[in-house]
Design a protein around this ligand. Structure first.
Ligand SMILES: [Zn+2]
Length: 341
């Protein structure tokens, strides 16, 4: 872990050297504009005042986004949720990029600059962002809201993390409705002028999540109950498994561990064999080597990747949260069904 005081010093000097171009920097760093595109946009920097005058209203040459609030989220999944609620009324960014691991992320000096310039930070909480407290310790007066507040927490049951909260609550559509309500409240508090827009967007989005939840339940119901296993690298499906009556098996509890021990691998191998589980999977943001070893040693099929800690680019299988849920369940059910004799 890098020394964050050092990062702050670097950040301060970076801020001084970049202050003239800070509007351009902000725009360059947008990972999630209104089109939710990961493509960085090249813009001509416009002049702003001194470092003390970095507020988004100090621009002498107004840009179209000038009055919009800037909301920084910690990872791409909640960035998409926030984007759905914000619509075109606020600017949503993600600190970690598409495909990046969020658990053990190490913020950079430019991340600190983005954090300091944001009007609001939205995080997941439940110790997903292990780096969050140090990161926040280097920011001054930036409000933040934790989106998992109010979710019924599921604890990790194995390894040294046993007894601690499982951070992957967003993987449950039911819990996602609480995230959406927390986003709505946070945006309305921050930017009451656009409250009616946020309220309407949140209601529409919640309706979509509920409809998808129903559809996914029906999809899972087509698999015989005794075959409803989900085997992955990370224990990221505990909330979803609880919702949908799936039995979950995983190599490691959270991705910051991501090196399976021989004992963890052996444990999964034994259970896959004894339960005659036909397919195993891994998450997109980590190496699937250990799970492929499980497949080799059990005769189960390695049947693909799940998307959990990150979305994909628009060309990928999971460019939005709703796509992510759909893809994971369809991939699981297809794998389980193809294995039927
Ligand atoms: Zn994870």
């Amino acid at each position: 872990m890098k020394n964050l005081n050092g990062l702050r010093q670097q950040s301060n000097s970076l801020q001084r050297s970049l202050s003239r171009d800070s509007r351009g920097l902000i725009a360059l760093l947008l990972l999630f504009g209104s089109a939710c595109s990961p493509v960085e946009t090249t813009v001509t920097p416009t002049a702003v005042g001194s470092t003390q005058n970095l507020s988004k209203n100090s621009n002498q040459n107004p840009a179209p986004n000038q009055d919009k609030k800037v909301i920084l989220t910690t990872f791409t999944v909640i960035a998409d949720m926030a984007q759905q609620v914000a619509g075109d009324r606020a600017i949503i960014q993600s600190l970690t990029k598409i495909g990046a691991e969020v658990h053990g992320y190490e913020p950079t000096p430019s991340d600190l600059q983005r954090g300091q310039q944001a009007d609001l930070i939205l995080d997941n909480g439940l110790n997903l962002e292990r780096w969050a407290e140090k990161f926040y310790g280097n920011l001054q007066n930036v409000p933040r809201v934790t989106l998992s507040q109010g979710v019924e927490v599921v604890n990790i049951t194995q390894d040294e993390a046993a007894g601690k909260a499982n951070p992957h609550a967003w993987m449950s559509p039911k819990a996602a409705l609480i995230y959406v309500e927390n986003i709505r409240k946070a945006l309305v508090d921050l930017d009451p002028t656009n409250a009616s827009s946020y309220n309407t967007n949140a209601a529409n989005y919640s309706e979509k999540i509920k409809n998808l939840d129903q559809k996914l339940r029906e999809t899972i119901a087509t698999v015989p109950p005794e075959k409803r296993f989900i085997v992955s690298c990370e224990g990221a499906f505990s909330y979803l498994a609880k919702d949908y009556g799936l039995k979950e098996l995983y190599l490691w509890a959270v991705n910051s561990d991501q090196q399976a021990t021989p004992r963890q691998i052996q444990n999964v191998i034994e259970q896959v064999k004894s339960q005659q589980i036909p397919v195993v999977f891994c998450e997109s943001t980590v190496s699937a080597d250990a799970q492929k070893q499980v497949a080799r040693e059990t005769g189960a099929k390695f049947a693909g990747v799940f998307y959990v800690d990150s979305l994909t680019t628009p060309e990928g299988a999971a460019p939005t949260y709703l796509d992510l849920l759909t893809y994971n369940i369809n991939t699981l059910v297809k794998g389980l069904k193809n294995s039927e004799q």
